[in-house]
Write a protein that binds this ligand. Sequence first.
Ligand code: UD1
Ligand code: UDP
Length: 385
Amino acid sequence: MRRLLIVFGTRPEAIKLSPLVLFLRGQASKEFVVRTCVTAQHRGLLDQVLATFDVTPDHDLDVMMPGQTLGEVSSRMLAALEKVMRAEQPDLVIVQGDTTTTLCGALAAFYQRIPVAHVEAGLRTWDLEQPFPEEMNRVVTGRLARLHFPPTAQSAANLRNEGVRAEDILITGNTGIDALFYILRQLESGRLARPEWPFLDPGRKLLLITGHRRESFGDGFLRICDALGQLAKRADVQIVYPVHPNPNVRGPVNERLGALPNVHLIEPLDYVPFVDLMSRAEILLTDSGGVQEEAPSLGKPVLVMREKTERPEAVEAGTTRLVGTDVTRIAGEVSLLLDDEKEYRRRAALHNPYGDGHACERIAEGLRSFFAHGKMMPEAVPAAG
Ligand code: UD1
Ligand code: UDP
């Protein structure tokens, strides 16, 4: 039995790794001993997801502090992860994505000469400032990793261009789409109840907003709020904004939008109600990575409030358009979608560029090949998508 230690710490990592934990502990339980360590870089946002997927971590480092800096949270994590890895002695450490937890998990494993597998590998903007610090986190994690699980052919090509050997790369689709399809199936079959939204007006189109990127702190968020304030004046829309708990986000959002009657500022939603709300929305406005991946599989147009994206597949599919944080551009692009039905329909077509819901199976297969042959032998594994 090979010992795997899965390390995660924030909301998106938990959403994208919970299906893998459940799969490896379920269908693959005879081959792998699966241990989990949460850094709790996020506390409330992480706990919401753990409860949704019924995952109880074996180790909880509980590092989150209000208003934490990158250096503080990294040093707390690295020190604590070292102890966990010494105690657990895993054959492989699995990390996901591009957060501080991802990088610290990979670095702590590297220092103890434990091989690292990187899930959602190979995403790039080629600009270390955008998104900050995530582009650096994923580039360095990629350099430290022994195995790479990119979601798409483009992210795999990025890795090969950086010199990663083909036999160490396996295209899997994104495990986030496994999570999304799992929840959608439960909602559609009635096993999960559809949430109720008493404050929503069925006569108005729903704009669903999320935002938290560090490069937009300050003026960027003020401009985003001004654009939303303009859009809120339209009688045919309603705006729902589950506000990220980061004080750099909460401050300006509450101050600028708190008093507007047509804007509902709410607490971050559990994953199931958030999926349900995305499926009811007319347009998603976000800077989130995960939402950019989920939107094409839900057939929802997305306006991405960033200058660059590492997820070009949804732009190519027509679902996603970059609008930055410029007031006129955001308001204009939303109005275009609201007022031009043909354009809306074109951009709301269903696509699955980020996966078919079977990423976890492919990752398990890649791990089997690695432990048996020292490489993933992509030719032996069915291709994604
Ligand atoms: C982090 C990740 C980002 C990811 C995002 C997902 C880094 C550097 N950033 O950004 O890549 O897209 O999570 O949401 O890893 N807070 C709470 N409760 C929570 C979570 C956060 O109060 O459950 C507040 C705290 O004051 C905390 C602050 O938000 O100090 C910032 O959290 P942090 O994880 O450092 O950064 P995020 O902006 O959440
Ligand atoms: N999400 C959620 N509740 C919310 C907002 C987002 O469950 O109130 C989910 C969303 O569906 C996606 C993930 O959280 O799966 C994205 O997380 P976030 O935007 O915090 O991080 P990113 O993806 O940008 O790293």
